[in-house]
Design a protein around this ligand. Structure first.
Ligand SMILES: NC(=O)c1ccc[n+]([C@@H]2O[C@H](COP(=O)([O-])OP(=O)(O)OC[C@H]3O[C@@H](n4cnc5c(N)ncnc54)[C@H](OP(=O)(O)O)[C@@H]3O)[C@@H](O)[C@H]2O)c1
Length: 319
């Protein structure tokens, strides 16, 4: 089968399209034909070895060279073979979610993997654009910050892969939303449900004095707790999803002292894929796709996404 292989860390050009052996399943696994995958920050950070929390992240990814030979982490595809002990899925089912080695024609998953039936209303390109941003936004907004109807939230990075879901989910949970993005994305962020938008090329939201927020959700990691603290309500929560040792310390410290809290860390999948599927099917959430590239242009796709200005998702298609 065709697959993208990585043998060393470096620029997008380290990604090489090659023929490799098609994987085979055991009785507890399913074989998935991948129709679409995507380029997320996790993919280009793992490729370039520029992940936060060095050296822990580097040890996990492989210190000298990547442990994962076929990159990629989110996908949409069709089940083409099932193991004898599989009960949930059958051949022909369309699934989406997270799986290892998805920059390839086929991947292997089990019933315990972070996969779910694809929303019936979604194409494969849409299906692959849900898990990374949607699960992250749900984890931090609902599970960790327990967002409530009527709360005021500011979302910094509202136009990115996580941001487009954060805005829509905050709306779904009944919050009043201020989105922060650049001029070209103002209309999009308003159309996703923001009540107000701050254009970061013109105004610095941390210098505002007339607004207070119950939650500041920085999904691009461009702000700091020290600058945002004064914008928080008395028991306000500052979330930054690009973890650093400083944020981890602030997370620990504010859990013991004071009323304002800092949240950081990693997203967890749990039942979030199922919830996202239902919200998409009931048209409470929509997918935003910036560009699509065929697998053969994976180098260009990584180079584009890595600039840090994609809008929603960058999709990779496979025939
Ligand atoms: N902790 C976790 O579990 C977790 C999970 C997922 C993602 N993450 C991290 O979250 C970050 C965001 O992920 P993503 O997929 O949303 O990234 P992304 O799609 O690459 O974000 C790009 C977006 O950020 C906007 N942006 C860039 N600079 C900005 C600024 N100074 N102020 C406001 N917006 C700005 C860009 O808009 P313009 O073009 O208008 O600048 C663009 O729309 C990544 O660093 C990723 O590693 C963490």
């Amino acid at each position: 089968m065709k697959a993208v292989i990585i043998t060393k860390y470096g620029p997008p050009e380290v990604l090489k399209l090659q023929e490799v052996e098609k994987p085979t399943i055991n009785e507890n696994q399913v074989l998935i034909k991948i129709h679409a995958t995507s380029v997320t920050p996790m993919d280009y950070r793992m490729r370039s070895a520029k992940a936060p929390l060095w050296p822990i992240s580097r040890i996990m990814m492989g210190f000298w060279k990547p442990k994962q030979k076929i990159p990629g982490n989110e996908f949409a595809g069709e089940i083409v073979e099932i193991g004898k002990k599989i009960t949930k899925y059958k051949k022909g089912d369309k699934v989406f979610g997270f799986c290892l080695n998805v920059y390839a024609e086929y991947c292997i998953a089990s019933e315990k993997s972070n996969i779910e039936f694809m929303p019936q209303t979604s194409s494969y390109n849409e299906g692959t654009s849900i898990a990374f941003g949607g699960v992250t936004a749900l984890t931090f907004l609902k599970e960790l910050a327990n967002i409530q109807s009527g709360q005021k939230i500011l979302i910094n990075g509202a136009s990115g892969g996580v941001g487009v879901f954060a805005v829509q989910l905050a709306k779904h949970f009944g919050a009043e939303i201020t989105g922060v993005c650049s001029t070209k994305n103002v209309d999009l962020v308003l159309s996703l449900g923001a009540d107000r938008v701050i254009d970061y090329t013109k105004d610095d939201f941390t210098k505002e004095t007339e607004h207070k927020y119950d939650i500041i959700f920085d999904v691009v990691g461009k702000s700091s707790f020290s600058k945002c603290k004064k914008l928080l309500t008395e028991e306000g929560i500052y979330i930054n999803i690009v973890p650093s040792y400083r944020l981890l310390f602030q997370n620990f410290w504010t859990s013991k002292v004071g009323k304002k809290k800092v949240i950081t860390g990693m997203a967890s999948v749990n039942d979030n894929l199922l919830l996202l599927k239902e919200l998409i099917e009931s048209k409470k959430l929509r997918v935003v796709i910036d560009r699509t590239y065929p697998l053969e242009q994976i180098v260009d796709a990584h180079a584009y996404a890595e600039k840090g200005h994609k809008v929603g998702s960058v999709v990779i298609t496979l025939n």
